[in-house]
Design a protein around this ligand. Structure first.
Ligand code: AMP
Ligand code: MG
Length: 405
């Protein structure tokens, strides 16, 4: 048996980064830039006012009154000089005339016709935003390898970008195997169940930034399994659920070999999920995950998601791990590390976690009721109040309990 980390390492070193594509700047969100972005100009481009107020030259101020010599809204430039001892009314963002160096906000003056009276002594240089104080020409503002968040999209837009090169989305083909499967929309009859794995896996792929390619259900025959896998080779990766154990009707491993793939098959030392097959077929990664709905999703989390993220140029490819206080005693009396599904929440500014009950790997509610995986060492017990490590699967714990109505 191999450890989770050994299997991750063996798979990840085979994953190559995809090509880049040009997208509009806002479609760059949550994608990775392959290149440095260099500022073509200073931001802000000129000294400008941080407030609606009055601009003047501090050293010409001799009394607490100033005559108002003009008005300067944002978007306009004043070329006329501002006479000594006078001020101009200036709006936020307007370029400060070269002979002024100080701004007093409107709230700090009394307006008296053509004059203003200062309520208090201003500070020299106040409320002025300097040219280039955000960014100077030539600076790297978004570095190669950066994940583009809303703030990077804003920054790149401020640099005049309308399109960007980013690593393209990974197209991931999904195949579910099993003669017992019906598609959602049909009514389950005796012996049949609804194929949910194709859809949970598709959602996980989208969540990782990839694009799912739905190939439906393969019957439990070698021929049909081969046909579906061959169709999947149009994608960048293939994810298969079910048919990977040692049952009489488990054809996935044989099908990949039939198509010329060299299968690395592991029993991964984890619960849920143990059988995992990985192969490169025509250079494309193929992942064969267990069929049980929880095992399929958890295996995707541990092995497929990091690969999609790596292929799309990301540096951070693993979920965050946090320490939380567990609220109940939990036993792992088995020989494998147990990824127990738990609900993490914030209480009194501390993370706490409770388990989601029955941890059967067929019980999808153990995941719907939770948002994290508590990793318990083999043959170990944790007691209520112990600190445990939790892999955070989403950010629902941040939402707390209060609703804004
Ligand atoms: P298998 O790995 O093919 O032996 O499947 C293990 C268990 O997972 C069986 O109980 C299957 O019915 C169930 N299962 C397999 N594929 C799916 C699927 N696509 N959706 C929901 N359950 C599935
Ligand atoms: Mg099956």
């Amino acid at each position: 048996m191999v450890s989770i980390e050994q299997a991750q390492h063996a798979i990840l070193r085979r994953i190559k980064t995809l090509e880049t594509e040009k997208v509009s700047v806002f479609e760059g969100l949550n994608r990775v830039t392959p290149v440095d972005h260099i500022a073509p100009w200073d931001i802000p481009p000129a000294d400008n006012s941080a407030m609606d107020g009055y601009a003047f030259a501090f050293h010409t101020l001799t009394e607490n009154r100033l005559r108002v010599a003009g008005f300067l809204p944002a978007g306009e430039v004043r070329t006329l000089p501002v006479p000594p001892g006078q001020a101009i009314k200036i709006m936020t963002g307007a370029p400060v005339p070269h002979d002024c160096d100080t701004i007093v906000p409107v709230e700090e003056v009394d307006e008296e016709g053509e004059w203003i009276r200062l309520k208090r002594q201003p500070k020299a240089g106040s409320h002025l935003r300097r040219r280039g104080e955000d960014i100077s020409t030539g600076n790297v503002v978004v570095a190669a390898g950066a994940l583009l968040r809303p703030q990077e999209i804003g920054m790149l837009s401020a640099m005049g970008k309308t399109t960007l090169d980013v690593f393209r989305r990974a197209r991931v083909a999904i195949i579910s195997t099993g003669d017992e499967l019906l598609e959602p929309g049909s009514t389950p009859t005796t012996g049949k169940i609804i194929n949910s794995n194709s859809y949970s896996l598709a959602a996980q792929i989208i969540d990782a930034g990839g694009a799912p390619v739905m190939l439906g259900i393969a019957a439990d025959t070698l021929a049909d399994t081969c046909e579906k896998i061959r169709a999947g080779l149009y994608a960048d990766m293939i994810v298969i659920s079910g048919g990977v154990s040692v049952g009489d009707r488990d054809f996935v491993k044989a099908a990949i070999e039939e198509l010329g793939g060299e299968v690395e098959f592991w029993k991964v030392n984890m619960k849920p999920g143990k059988p995992l097959a990985f192969a490169l077929l025509d250079g494309k990664p193929v992942f064969a995950l267990p069929g049980n709905p929880v095992a399929a999703m958890v295996s995707f989390e541990m092995f497929v998601r990091p690969c999609i993220l790596k292929a799309m140029g990301n540096r951070g490819i693993f979920r965050p791990r946090v320490e939380a206080v567990i609220e109940e005693r939990v036993d792992n009396d088995g020989p494998r590390p147990h990824l127990v599904r738990g609900l993490v929440s914030l209480r009194d500014n501390r993370l706490v976690v409770s388990t989601t009950g029955n941890q059967s790997s067929g019980r999808l509610t153990s995941l719907t009721q939770g948002n994290g995986l508590v990793r318990l060492a083999p043959e170990s017990v944790v007691s209520a109040g112990d600190r445990v490590e939790v892999l955070l699967l989403d950010r629902s714990f941040e939402m707390g309990k209060e609703m804004v109505s």
